[in-house]
Design a protein around this ligand. Structure first.
Ligand SMILES: Cc1cc2nc3c(=O)[nH]c(=O)nc-3n(C[C@H](O)[C@H](O)[C@H](O)COP(=O)(O)OP(=O)(O)OC[C@H]3O[C@@H](n4cnc5c(N)ncnc54)[C@H](O)[C@@H]3O)c2cc1C
Length: 90
């Protein structure tokens, strides 16, 4: 595919979809600006699984080793139901 020159693209949202789109559009030659309404990195939340075809995508993006090196492992799951019931560890 021929590189796209001097085309500006505005992407709203710097999460998975926004940043991945920005990555590939820059690869194609677009001038990309990403705007994000959030004030900074989200430091909490649920970890995202990277598996199946996502592994192929992050490999093509050259990010696989960096992601692998920074992965977290779940050593314990705990399902809590009600205060009166004991938790159920796995
Ligand atoms: C609890 C939970 C667990 C999940 N676990 C997984 C998982 O393990 N694996 C998995 O693959 N998926 C998981 N998902 C789904 C995954 O989070 C979503 O599919 C993914 O975040 C969608 O990415 P996105 O970039 O489309 O949107 P979002 O992640 O919702 O990103 C949208 C971005 O746009 C920004 N934004 C919003 N409005 C504006 C605006 N007006 N201007 C500028 N920026 C704006 C937001 O701040 C945000 O950063 C989970 C979802 C939830 C809720």
């Amino acid at each position: 595919m021929e590189p796209v020159k001097n085309k500006n693209v505005l992407i709203s949202g710097a999460s998975f979809a926004g940043l991945t789109s920005a990555f590939w559009m820059v690869e194609m030659g677009y001038k990309v600006t990403v705007v994000e309404i959030g004030s900074g990195l989200k430091m909490g939340g649920t970890p995202a699984d990277i598996k199946d075809q996502t592994v192929d995508i992050v490999k093509r993006m050259g990010l696989f080793q960096q992601i692998k090196a920074n992965r977290i492992s779940l050593e314990r799951w705990e399902f809590k139901m009600q205060k009166t019931l004991p938790s159920l560890p796995f």
